[in-house]
Design a protein around this ligand. Structure first.
Ligand SMILES: Cc1cc2nc3c(=O)[nH]c(=O)nc-3n(C[C@H](O)[C@H](O)[C@H](O)COP(=O)(O)OP(=O)(O)OC[C@H]3O[C@@H](n4cnc5c(N)ncnc54)[C@H](O)[C@@H]3O)c2cc1C
Length: 456
């Protein structure tokens, strides 16, 4: 039944590549459209970063089977790779040496997805119409038809702006030459830009913590380098993570090390700093709260904005999407990952049922499926696309089945929304599949009528 199906996959990152492997295994035809000049273009931008998940959580099973067929030398499951090693040891061989090389179209940016002959408002017969995918590949506009679409295009290219209200701060666009987003390679290729400068980092997630840590190393190597941490909240400790309680050891260590850097004064902390405006002055870049005239301000040479990412939904305007209005994730998934409720990284495994949209055959997958929530893990994405490929192939039983045991990344941020239990690593592992909770403690709390992750 599934043999003739063509599945368009948007994005050749870790999850898009895994999706293609699962689609192939099911006897269907994948076509992978990748905007960048090479597969895994987004990972290439952060290849200097040390991953906090070891190899055992970074390799998809169907991808591994494809690689085995070409005599792949699998890495030690307990070692933590860098982004560069993830590319070199896994993603590049998968994309360039297996049969996937014949189904990837690079430099192909998807610009629109629709159902052939049906605008968004037209219903009768809609579900039978193939998808029409438009993309640009430098030669001109191209069109592709497919029976199903998996959008695994990530969020890397749409970082959140500096402005505390979700909009660009006043003057942010004009000051672009002094602003970087996400995780520049401050110790490597971008070193000259930051060495000997006063650099502010805005944000309190793992990217901000990683960049601040690297900047303190740069400050040791290059005199005159000064590091300023701008955070919107009032409690720096929330960024330190679960420390020894974190089941992802490398992530726990990063947080603990960062806490010691802050305590030693190597990072100047500006808490409750809600950026309102940015302007270039003779003294340097002026980053201010409020509109600039009367708020607090810091003067720096460079600003790094590490305030997370949001999904680019612009090319999906003709697809019937059902997304949570706050998190911009599929409605069935959003309550499990809502950062207002959970700082836990654990989410129960989920798949096609949660990810399919109101246009049957269209699925969001990978980090894009998490919308604005920051806790996505590759291994979660691999389970998503295993289930989605089964669903497209008509194998409902396999689509519903849970084949993944997620690592217990359920560590609550100390002093975070989960409350006092957090200090002892409150989450207690993943919640049972039937319970809408981020972790076991949350499930227990719900069972006795409380809300949230074990909080009162
Ligand atoms: C710095 C950093 C460190 C991380 N560390 C870890 C970790 O240790 N462990 C872990 O499990 N997860 C980690 N993650 C989270 C996550 O697993 C990764 O971001 C992962 O790369 C997500 O895979 P993806 O395939 O969903 O998206 P991406 O890797 O972002 O891939 C999406 C692809 O789609 C392409 N694309 C975008 N728009 C279009 C378009 N319109 N048309 C065609 N192609 C398009 C992009 O060029 C890109 O290649 C990390 C993320 C970051 C940013």
């Amino acid at each position: 039944m599934s043999e003739s199906k063509t599945v368009a996959i948007i994005g050749a990152g870790p999850v898009g590549l895994a999706a293609a492997a699962h689609v192939l295994e099911r006897g269907m035809t994948p076509i992978l459209l990748e905007a960048g000049p090479e597969p895994s273009h987004a990972v290439r931008q952060w290849q200097h970063v040390q991953l906090f998940s070891p190899w055992e959580y970074n390799v998809d099973k169907a991808a591994e089977r494809l690689l085995s067929s070409i005599g792949w030398n699998s890495p030690d499951p307990h070692v933590y790779p860098t982004g560069a090693e993830l590319l070199e040891r896994y993603l590049d061989p998968l994309a360039r040496k297996t049969v996937l090389k014949d189904v990837i179209r690079t430099s192909s940016r998807v610009t629109a997805v629709s159902r052939l002959g049906f605008d968004k408002a037209k219903t009768r017969g809609r579900e039978k119409a193939p998808f029409e995918i438009r993309y640009q590949n430098g030669k001109g506009p191209e069109t592709l038809r497919a029976d199903a679409v998996i959008d695994a295009s990530g969020t890397w290219s749409s970082p959140n702006p500096a402005g505390a209200s979700g909009l660009s701060a006043i003057g942010e666009r004009e000051a672009q030459t002094k602003i970087s987003y996400a995780m520049p390679d401050v110790l490597g290729k971008d070193r000259a830009r930051f060495a000997g400068k006063t650099v502010a980092v805005l944000g309190a997630g793992h990217s901000a913590v990683g960049t601040l840590t690297d900047l303190t190393t740069l400050a040791q190597q290059v005199p005159g380098t000064k590091v300023v941490w701008l955070l919107r909240g009032n409690d720096p400790a929330k960024a330190f993570g679960g420390g020894a309680n974190d089941k992802l050891v490398a992530r726990g260590e990063l947080g603990a090390h960062f806490a010691s850097l802050v305590a030693s004064g190597k990072v100047k902390v500006e808490a409750e700093f809600q950026v309102g405006s940015i302007s270039s002055t003779d003294e340097g870049l002026r980053v201010s709260t409020g509109s600039g005239c009367c708020g607090r301000r810091v003067i720096v040479d460079e600003l790094i904005v590490a305030t997370g990412f949001r999904p680019d939904l612009s090319f999906l305007s003709e697809i019937r999407l059902r997304l949570d209005p706050a998190i911009e994730a599929p409605v069935a998934l959003a309550p499990l990952i809502d950062p207002n409720e959970h700082s836990c990284g654990t989410v129960r495994p989920h798949g096609a049922r949660e990810l399919v949209q109101d246009d049957p055959g269209f699925y969001l997958a990978g980090i894009k499926s998490y919308g604005r929530a920051p806790t996505f893990l590759m291994i979660t994405g691999y389970e998503q696309v295993r289930s989605i490929a089964a669903d497209i192939a008509g194998d409902r039983e396999a689509a519903e089945r849970v084949e993944l045991e997620l690592p217990e990344t359920g560590v609550c941020t100390r002093g975070g929304v989960e409350g006092d239990d957090a200090a002892s690593g409150c989450c207690g592992g993943p919640a049972p599949a039937a319970v809408n909770a981020c972790c076991m403690t949350g499930a227990d709390a719900k069972a006795i009528g409380k809300t949230g992750c074990g909080c009162s």
